[in-house]
Write a protein that binds this ligand. Structure first.
Ligand SMILES: *Cc1c(COP(=O)(O)O)cnc(C)c1O
Length: 364
């Protein structure tokens, strides 16, 4: 927390707007649209809910195929299953670790050949790194397939100077506790087409038709963000720029301090891509003495947590029945990769200790 949240929460208490309506909720949406540079936003109770509604808004039906980044957290693809639609997984490319445009195009061509046109593309900006949007959007446009940007991890990241989440038909963000800013739990769906956000708001609030009584003609959901969560969010939005700055400084420190080891490669940042560096991630080249397990256990011995990269979804038992296109770049990144501690409250002393432990593990 930044310390600024509590004043907004007190406002909400003073107004006695605790639930899913209130000034701070509307203010949070308004500020979010201004910060990311988009027409409209709907604040929701999770990023997962935002993806679910994005698919609903695009009218994805049972049996429809949805092209989806494989290298991501399971929440990207679970909503495809909620709809009984079919995820088709696309590999990463090594330059951003995100959806490979070539694999995407091969997948589309192959699905078309099989007689089925994919109905949406979910592209993830993993660990806050913008995907190759120009190439992906050109393919999407060529085949007329709408794009959902899963920018859950990437609030504050830009691609060619525009915030990610604003390039596709629909963008989603997460404000879960682990993300770069948080509302405790929460998410948002954003779009430049107000019909999309109006439809999402309708579906997020139990699908209540306009009528003097409770009138319902389709299935709705209870997905709205609360005014209290939005109050936390208002305090957090104020510190987003400094959070991005801190996360980038953490990343730069690791990269700089470990630059003498040519077998360590950090997640690259191509020109035009500006990452919020939500997590600092590296991969270790194969066939050299230090493994990720060795680094992890040296860190753990000092009570320092590190984590593995996301296990690609096409390798998950849950999605074993799903098609996958690519050359298993994502699988290789998973095998060789590690997330270093990346919390925005890390001190210089913490960072020095972490690097020292890693250096010792390498040189032992
Ligand atoms: C966190 C996350 C989500 C889901 O967001 P929640 O707010 O936790 O539901 C979706 N996609 C990715 C890539 C995420 O990291």
């Amino acid at each position: 927390m930044s310390g600024r949240e509590i004043a907004y929460i007190q406002e909400a208490f003073a107004e006695n707007f605790i639930s899913t309506a209130g000034n701070n909720l509307l203010q949070f949406e308004k500020q979010l649209t201004q910060i990311v540079g988009i027409d409209s936003a709907v604040a929701l109770n999770s990023g997962t809910a935002a993806i679910h509604l994005a698919l609903k808004v695009l009218n994805i039906q049972a049996g429809d195929e949805v092209l989806c980044s494989s290298f991501t957290f399971v929440a990207t693809a679970n909503p495809v299953l909620y709809l009984n639609a079919v995820p088709i997984f696309i590999d990463s490319e090594p330059e951003t670790w995100n959806m490979c445009p070539q694999a995407l195009e091969s997948a589309i061509q192959d699905r078309l050949k099989k007689g089925k046109k994919p109905q949406a593309i979910i592209v993830v900006h993993l660990y806050g790194m913008p995907a190759k949007l120009k190439e992906i959007l050109a393919i999407a446009q060529h085949y007329q397939i709408p794009v959902i940007e899963d920018a859950a991890e990437a609030l504050g990241s830009t691609y060619q100077n525009n915030m990610v989440g604003t390039f596709g038909e629909i963008g989603i963000y997460s404000f879960n506790g682990n993300k770069i800013i948080t509302t405790s739990g929460g998410g948002a769906l954003v779009a430049n087409n107000p019909e999309y956000t109006q439809r999402a708001l309708f579906l997020a609030t139990q699908g209540k038709d306009l009528a003097p009584h409770y009138l319902h003609s389709e299935v709705g959901f209870n997905y709205r963000m609360s005014n209290i969560a939005a109050s936390i969010g208002l305090g957090q939005l104020e510190v987003l720029p400094e959070r991005v700055k801190k996360k980038r400084a953490i990343f730069a420190y690791y990269q700089e301090s470990l630059s003498q080891y040519d077998f360590i490669q950090f997640q690259p940042e191509l020109s035009g891509h500006y990452a919020n560096r939500w997590l600092s991630c590296l991969v270790l080249a194969p066939d050299q003495p230090v493994t990720k397990e060795k680094i992890q256990s040296a860190l753990a011995a000092e009570f320092i947590e590190s984590r593995l990269l996301w296990k690609p979804l096409h390798e998950q038992p849950l999605f074993a029945h799903c098609s996958y296109y690519g050359q298993n770049i994502a699988g290789t990144l998973f095998q060789q990769g590690l997330c270093l501690p990346s919390g925005s409250d890390l001190t210089d002393t913490d960072l020095e200790l972490i690097v020292r432990v890693i250096q010792k593990a390498i040189e032992k």
